[in-house]
Ligand binder design. Structure first.
Ligand SMILES: [Zn+2]
Ligand SMILES: [Zn+2]
Length: 139
């Protein structure tokens, strides 16, 4: 998949100022339909690949925006591309935006979260698990 040993996935923002290498596969891949992800990406929903933070390395400057308590969203200060999400509710994880990942076609989504606020015109009949909010909040 990559020319470099041990690298499973690489990432690049739109302008190329920020790059990423991941030496492991994602722990999970999910589509998030919450309003904050919609605002952050400008898209109908956001697809994330959740990586073990220790497996991910960035080059280039990443800007952080605290969108709600305990939540940081990372983006490229030059092109504005959404890069990743970090939340205190997921210690040790870094949630990479699928579009930032060069091998996005290799990701295998397993669920939808926050379908409570899913856009009515987004018809996603893919048979994946659906959660009203986050799976951890439903218990
Ligand atoms: Zn950029
Ligand atoms: Zn979200």
């Amino acid at each position: 998949m990559s020319e470099k040993d041990g690298v499973h996935f690489t990432g690049r923002c739109l302008c190329g100022a920020v790059k990423m290498e991941a030496v492991a596969d994602p722990l999970w891949v999910a589509h998030c339909h919450c309003p904050s992800c919609r605002k952050m990406t400008g898209a109908a929903f956001a697809t994330y690949a959740g990586f073990d933070k220790s497996a991910v390395q960035f080059t280039g400057e990443v800007k952080r925006f605290r969108s709600s308590p305990g939540v940081n969203r990372h983006f490229c200060p030059t092109c504005g591309a959404a890069i990743s999400f970090e939340g205190e509710a997921w210690p040790g994880e870094l949630h990479m935006h699928a579009g930032f990942i060069d091998q996005a076609d290799k990701l295998v989504p397993d669920s939808h979260v926050y379908v409570r606020t899913e856009l009515k015109w987004a018809h996603l009949d893919d048979g994946l698990e659906r959660h009203e909010t986050f799976p951890s909040e439903e218990h």
